[in-house]
Design a binder for this molecule. Sequence first.
Ligand SMILES: [Zn+2]
Length: 135
Amino acid sequence: MSYCELCGRQTTEKKKVVVDGTVFNVCIACSKHGKPYVPAQVAAKKKKPIAVKQQKRIGMEDATMLTPDFARLIREARMKMRLTHEQLGMKMNEKAQLLRKFETGALRPDEMFAIKLERFLGIKLYVSAESSDDE
Ligand SMILES: [Zn+2]
């Protein structure tokens, strides 16, 4: 049997409370007078974990889509830069064959490739899905 440190009564169920910055083991009745005691460890755990920043998908929001015009855009941009498929492929460290396929529309560049193309050619391949009036 233990005693409440505040009122001195015997109590079977004790609670830890903080009164004036001191922790007391008290009975249920007295526990109402103090603040619930939270051990440091628990308090630390309760702290919001530092939100791990979700890795942003590179340059692409859900509301964007590959422009249906990508083949023409890639071709025109490459021609403007006076680069052959091979030269552009070398610059981008990609296969010229792939570039050809994109320019004929035979193949759609995947997200990574499209972003690379945007960067190298200074074009915009991803357009907002809403503002596209091509579809
Ligand atoms: Zn008490």
